[in-house]
Write a protein that binds this ligand. Structure first.
Ligand code: SAM
Length: 378
């Protein structure tokens, strides 16, 4: 088995403020001496997250992406109140995200690079999503008391379509970060190939794989709420005749069959254990012997603990599901007839891990279980 560990470099917890960043008063942490103002760091982190999310939501950084603006024209452009823009920009100047020169306000260069359409990846979509997640996170105490959410994220999205659109836009940014790793992890033969992208959402993975492999055709299966811009993006890339889109619950719909490659990227943590087991087994039915299944997720063994535990807490509040260990995932894969060939820990490790598994040549794993197990019989 191939096991790759990429150079993890230095963690970049952008937005995590330490005393040394200058955002928390130096008096707050003095060696091991108890902090005289223990709420200061928490308050400033709260205001930082709140104001960054608000800036994303009202389009402040994008408005400044092409150059500085006066407070007056920013106010007009954003159709906001002058007082509101002054207060927000004052704070973001103090926090280092903006610069001020007299009346003129500008993005700091890193702000334009990270959070606007002018950067290599527009993480402004993440700020907009954070404005939504901020509201959902107010349910965290209830989720802790009850062991899960009263309403799952997917139910919220079905009721509020803009939520699904903003989530998919953010997932698209995350996918743009991971797609080069995915492309370099796969060594596929030069022949007609069929691709199944379960939970494929924005379509970035399917589009880029089809671009790399001109004889590949694909199907994306996801909830309608995640597909608001997918068909248009496929059309922009002139791939309508190569990539189909199926809006349905992947736990119960027909996926088709005869696939050479299947993607299950950042979906396992949104499913309960028995659902993943059934899905992997059904993948064992629809992926051809010798075909490849790629799983992307955040297994405990390879994910830094601060991020991993934060992510599990998020899942508790949003979906009521959890992450799975590498041992659990490869166990479920083996049960479904897939042999794990590679584990690729991405860099930084917060990007997650790719598991590359191959469908065994025989269908031994399929013997002795119910055909379909909840999926439509053909
Ligand atoms: C974290 S996103 C990952 C999106 C994409 N695969 C990626 O890696 O960027 C999880 C996706 O799973 C989809 N999903 C969750 N539950 C689903 C279900 N029951 N049926 C179909 N799709 C589902 C969501 O709509 C969402 O698009």
């Amino acid at each position: 088995m191939r096991v790759e560990q990429m150079d993890c470099g230095k963690n970049d917890y952008a937005g995590t403020f330490l005393a040394s960043d200058g955002l928390v008063d130096d008096d707050d942490v003095i060696g091991d001496v108890p902090a005289p103002m223990p709420m200061l760091g928490i308050y400033l982190q709260m205001m930082t997250v709140g104001s960054m999310a608000a800036a994303g939501r009202i389009g402040l950084f994008d408005a400044l992406a092409d150059g500085p603006m006066s407070v007056a024209s920013l106010t007009d452009t954003l159709r906001a109140s002058r007082t509101g823009v002054e207060r927000l920009t004052d704070f973001l100047v103090a926090a280092g995200q903006l610069r001020r020169d007299g009346e003129m306000i500008a993005n700091a260069p890193e702000t334009t690079r990270r959070f606007t359409r002018r950067g290599p990846i527009d993480w402004g979509t993440g700020l907009i999503w954070t404005a939504e997640a901020w509201k959902i996170m107010s349910d965290l105490p209830d989720a802790i008391l009850c062991g899960g959410p009263e309403r799952s994220l997917w139910d919220r999205m079905a009721e509020e379509p803009s939520l699904g659109r903003e989530f998919s836009r953010y997932m698209r940014a995350a996918a743009e970060l991971v797609v080069p790793d995915l492309l370099s992890a796969l060594d596929l033969p030069d022949r007609p190939l069929r691709l199944l992208d379960l939970g494929g959402s924005h379509g970035v993975h399917s589009i880029e794989l089809c671009r790399r492999h001109p004889r590949m055709n694909g199907v994306i299966v996801d909830l309608e709420s995640a597909l608001t811009e997918t068909r248009a993006r496929i059309a922009e890339n002139r791939m309508e005749d190569r990539i189909g889109v199926h809006g349905a619950d992947l736990r119960s719909c027909d996926w088709g069959e005869g696939y050479d490659v299947a993607l299950y990227l950042s979906v396992a943590h949104n499913m309960h254990g028995d659902e993943n087991r059934r899905i992997f087994r059904h993948l064992g039915d629809v992926v051809r012997p010798g075909g490849i299944l790629v799983v992307h997720d955040y297994p405990k063994e390879t994910t830094p603990p601060l991020f991993e535990s934060a992510f599990r807490l998020t899942l508790l509040t949003e979906t009521g599901t959890r992450t799975y260990s590498y041992a659990e995932l490869t166990g479920m894969l083996a049960d479904a007839g897939f042999a794990t060939e590679a584990r690729i820990v991405l860099s930084p490790a917060e990007k997650g891990t790719l598991i590359i598994a191959r469908r065994s040549a025989s269908n031994i794993a399929g013997l002795g279980r119910m055909v379909g197990e909840g999926f439509p019989r053909r």
